[in-house]
Structures are given as structure tokens and as C-alpha cells.
Design a protein around this ligand. Sequence first.
Ligand SMILES: [Zn+2]
Length: 366
Amino acid sequence: MRSPTPAIHALGLAALLALPTAHAEERVQVLTSFSILADMVENVGGEHVEVSALVGPDGDAHMYSPRPTDARALAEADLVVFNGMQFEGWMERLVAASDYAGPLVVTTEGVEAPANADPRDHGHHDEHDAHDHSGHDEHGHDEHDHAKHDHDDDHDHDEHDHGAHDHGDQDPHAWQDLAAGKHYVANIRKGLIEADPDNADAYRANAQRYLNEIEALDDEIRTLIGEIPAATSVITGHASFGHFAHAYGLRFLSLQGLSTSAEPSAADMADLIEVIRSQDVRALFHENMTGPALIEQLAEETGLPVAGTLYADALASEGEADTWLGMMRHNAHTLHDALAEPDHDHDDHDHDHDHDHDHDDHGHDQ
Ligand SMILES: [Zn+2]
């Protein structure tokens, strides 16, 4: 069903009042910036919403430029949903430049900002070509942050904060942590209720069911990642997995920073190769919404395997990763299958596992 809203906009309030019941039966038109949010809205909105995403499956929302038709879609929307935290700055500018006056949902509202957020040095690799590598031994995990730093001195990160999210910018990829994703769902629920109060009960019930599913999957992912040795590092295309690392573990290093917009330099590549050689980096992963060239080049130069594709900033167009929860599950299984070592506690031992462990031999590392 096509919305009559353009006509309403053209004719003004008098026309709206003259259209008695047409609106009551209509589904809420929700415009989202990218595919992951569209799936969340579909889950909370159910049959009462019609959802579209400006950047679809396998699309890179960092690099998107709005088209004239997007402004038109915005004008027809009853509810607009975007991530915020500068993930898709073009969306914020698109909304600001329009006369859209309906409800806006910023899904990251309420998500805890990573420590030491500093939006100033986003993606400036060059300042750090002279980055002091002497600190590597004590930090062990911050060598890759040539895209965003200035913060080694004053943040008290925990052992999982080796991703990029605490390095100078807010990491906007908060959907990679299911607990943060619960804020997304709550914000979407609130926006739908504001846009369509008549169906508030349905939105509350859908959201609750969804939140239960999210919690169950959170446990599942924790178990899977828990079977991977804690010091394991992996390489992805850009720094999309800081929230994942913070929530679930592992170390994610990347060539590109929090956005895909800055091309890595030859020096960045050389730096990362050096880091790979000095750390327990086990595998490289493609990400679904950017090209494979950089990861393939790294694989060639380091001899590390490319162990699969992780869904970073977009859903898959088909298959198990075509929903947010599906892509999170896919990522956890892909990482687990490549990296888990159920008996890694014993890999210092070179004795034959055919017979029982000798207790004297084995007590030293317990
Ligand atoms: Zn990203």
C-alpha cells in the first residue's frame, strides 16, 4: 500500500483532515539508515511496520552518499531510525537538511560510551607514523592503533580493550555487543510507541520476546568465545569489533580505523605486519561489506590463513546472517571454528595424551 503522505504534504493540513480513515489501517513507514537497524525494527514492529534501509545488505554505511530519492523517502517516513555516534554522519545531515519533523530514534542513545572518547583525531594515520613502538612489550595489544590513539597515558582499560573502540574515537559499532543491542531495541520500542501509540502493547510484547532471544544468544556467544584462548588475536578489515571484544573477548586488530573511509597507507600495512609477527595472531577474516584486497595482501605477506567472513556493518543478503541475531551467531561460530582449542590449557605439555597425565608433571601450571 502506498502512503498518501506526499499528497498530504502537498495539500496541507486541510487535506489531511479531509481524509477520514485512510491513515488508521496503514502500517507505520519506518526509514532506517542501514540493514541491521531495519531488521531490529522489523522484529519490534512486526506486522504494524513497513521498514526500509537506505544502505542495504552487504553495503558499507560509512561510505554512503545519499541520493535525491533518499530525501523523498525521508519526507514520507513516519519514523526515522539511525545509529548515531558518527557511524553514518550523512544520515544526520540528511535529517537536519530536511523538514522531517516526526520522531527520530538514535539507537545508541544510552549505550555506554567507551572510555576516553575523543572525536578529534578520527582516522588520522599520518600523525602517528612516528608512533613509539617501545611500549609494545608492556602493552602487548595497542600496536595496531595507528588510526586513533593519544590515549595510552590516561585510560585504564581492561584486558579486552585492545580493539579500537577506546582509542580516541567513540566506536559506533555497538550492535556488535548484544547487551548494548538491548538499548537499541528499547530505543526502537520507544520510537514506535511515539509514532503509533495505538499499537503500543504489540510493540512492548514484540520487544520483550526479542530481548529474551537476545539474552539467550548472548549466553551462547559467551560460551563459544570462551573456548578460544584469551590471548588470541585476529585481523579484520576495519575496527568494527571493539564492542564485540569488550563484551566477549579476543583481540581484534585491523588495518583501517573505526571507519572505512581512510585508505591505509603502506606504512600502516608495514606496521600491522610487524605487529602480526610479534603477537599471537592466528587468523585473518574478511568482512562482508568491504573488498577482500587488503586482507588478501596481508595473508600473502604474513602466511596467515583467511579463516572466513565476519559480518561487520551490514547483514548478509541471504543465508543465516541475514538478520542481526543471525549474523552475530554466524560471527561467533566462525571465530570459534577457526580458533577454539578446548584443551589449550595443556598445550605446554608435549607428553603423549594416550595415557593419563602424570600429576607431578602437570601441577606446575595449575
Ligand atoms: Zn564500520
